[in-house]
Design a protein around this ligand. Sequence first.
Ligand code: PXG
Length: 443
Amino acid sequence: MNEIATPRPNNLDAFWMPFTANRTYKAAPRLLARAEGMHYYTTDGREILDGTAGLWCVNAGHGRREITEAVQKQAAVMDFAPTFQMGHPIAFQAAAKVAELTPAGLDRVFFTNSGSESADTALKIALAYHRARGEAGRVRLIGRERGYHGVGFGGMSVGGIGNNRKQFGALLPAVDHLPHTHAPEKNAFSRGQPGWGAHFADALENLVALHGAETIAAVIVEPLAGSTGVLLPPQGYLERLRAICDKYGFLLIFDEVITGFGRLGTAFGAERFGVTPDIITMAKGLTNAAVPMGAVAVKDDIYHAIVDGAPAGIELFHGYTYSGHPLACAAAIAAIDLHRAEDLPGRARAMEPAFEDAAHALKGLPNVIDIRSLGLVAGIELAPRPGKPTDRAVGVFHRCFDAGVLIRTTGDIIALSPPLIIEKPHIARLFGTLAEAIRAEAA
Ligand code: PXG
């Protein structure tokens, strides 16, 4: 379908765009007007294959009628209702649906509106948990280099991306970081989880020696780091982190904003990796991105420690006006129903071998220095242009977009994360277009 769905706005000035080179973008804007299934359609009617599920979030594909109708219906029935000292039925239903998908035992669900709010909520719950148990000295939060946990002060502080931190002052004080696990010198072109690097988890012992276990509350990691370029956990790494956290009583938080809702072929990454954290943060695929929503699932004993341990009255002084917003809950229920009815994790698993083969077939193209993939996520790392980091990948991005394919880049790494409904012809088109763009960018 090639019709023009929306007129182009003629003034781009007012919208200060997030994580965008505003000046470059506004000089040559790319405007999306409509989306359906595996595709976007631009304002000038071009069809764009969505290789990124929007921003890693439209897992069931675009424009799903079941979700649209659920949101429309709810908007007509009740637009908003508070969840502070009040309730409405679908907020409880949505939480129960989330708890059915999370690993056994993580059955208490706190609603937020984004991944960033989920990260900050999880960190606050971890601090409140230790305090409720009489260990108020456990205030230190451990993140990881190259980790991304959104842009709130908590998530940014435990995050490990220099550019996201350095404009913003002192951040949270009691924070430290594990080393990242990216080791292309040992693991380049590995298929699946790389074999080398479980020992990176032992750096947590060094932080214990440095700060004292009694000062550490929680460790937060993405089980597979998405935003900083698809960094896979080495075999045995997450198991070792879990064991060290258990040894010292630290809560282990998995940020599953990207890995949740089928992306790795299981409902959550925890299941794929066989390691169960104490807290899971999520967002994105929770509503198929139709309405903003995030959530934090915690182990029952964390909930009980905070709630049962508190004096009568409010137990946790935290929440958002829109925690459990009716439209978001309607979208989440419909999205989770679709996730189950269409077995989206199963579809991801079924496509994983073809997707992995297509990614690894890019080996040998000019400047391709590493390829990694797991589930329906792939990272293709390019050698930067001398003196011009990111330039080559941005060039590949533009060439792909002009050829009708949407990819993401971070630094000189291309990240692919298509909707989980992708089929083999889409895989061929995605990687075929990408290969041509990589070749052309080398010329
Ligand atoms: N945690 C993780 C692991 C994420 O990937 C967030 C938290 C923050 O979520 P919100 O909803 O506050 O944006 C994210 C978000 C990219 C890209 O291109 C990734 C994200 C967002 C935008 C772009 O890799 N991840």
